[in-house]
Design a protein around this ligand. Structure first.
Ligand code: ZN
Length: 253
């Protein structure tokens, strides 16, 4: 029983315990190339949150990891079988309810640990920050915390070398053999400005990739996943510790 994982602890412990930081892992349920499970993003956010919280806890931070939210924004994948979508307005309602309880109970710091590129919490957090001024709400996309180029050969952003390596380390029992791995080839928009990044429109996922992946996973390995997971959880563990100890009324140098 890990005392920093809400789903595992109990009222006997919690009736007299108090926490400084709540962590909410948020994933998605969606196809990840042919070879990774639909729960890939949830496995990642759950296990990264748990290991980072363990490290922060051992340094003395009172952090509690909430059960993760398993569905994300998948509006661009409605024609991909059993990709489940939560609209941003639904995410806003879920976050609002969770923050109302945290605020009432005096847990005034929240870290959303996000696994999925389609989840965009910033406008929601701005709005909830206005409603709950005592709450310090932060969002971390764990996949942006480290320079992936230092760990992986091939770039990508979905079911790529990085995600395949992580799953080979975390849940090898759920990864299909290498013969099944698609190449994750992405079809770019014909209009160049999209590649330059200063114009955005939602990608129609089934039109930009045949196997649902973006990024070639072929160079993935469990060893790469282990090293990346190790460095990532140390960095996020330090962040959790810092957030826990910080005075949210006095954040700036
Ligand atoms: Zn993913």
């Amino acid at each position: 029983m890990r005392p920093y994982i809400l789903a595992e602890t109990n009222w006997d412990k919690l009736k007299s315990d108090r926490f400084g930081l709540a962590v909410l892992p948020w994933g998605a349920t969606e196809a990840h190339n042919y070879h990774l499970p639909y729960s890939t993003d949830n496995i990642e956010s759950d296990m990264i949150a748990a290991e980072s919280a363990r490290l922060a806890w051992e340094k003395g931070a009172k952090v509690i990891v909430l059960p993760s939210i398993p569905f994300g924004v998948n509006t661009g994948q409605r024609d991909i079988y059993l990709d489940i979508n939560l609209n941003p307005s639904t995410q806003s309602a879920i976050l609002s309810d969770i923050i109302q309880v945290l605020n009432f109970q005096g847990i005034h710091k929240l870290l959303i640990l996000n696994s999925h590129g389609g989840n965009e919490f910033r406008p929601i957090v701005r709005e909830l920050g206005l409603k709950y001024p005592e709450m310090f709400i932060s969002i971390a996309n764990w996949y942006s915390a480290l320079d992936k180029k230092l760990y992986f050969k091939n770039p990508g952003d979905h079911a790529d070398e990085m995600e395949t390596s992580l799953l080979l380390h975390l849940r090898p029992d759920l990864v299909l053999p290498i013969e099944k791995w698609g190449k994750g080839v992405e079809r770019k928009n014909k209009i160049k400005a999209f590649s330059e990044g200063w114009i955005w429109s939602e990608r129609k996922w089934s039109q930009i990739t045949a196997d649902t992946g973006i990024g070639n996973p072929e160079a993935a390995s469990g060893d790469k996943g282990e090293k990346y997971f190790h460095d990532l959880t140390r960095k996020i563990g330090d962040l959790m510790y810092e957030l826990c100890k910080a005075d949210s009324e006095d954040m700036y140098e």
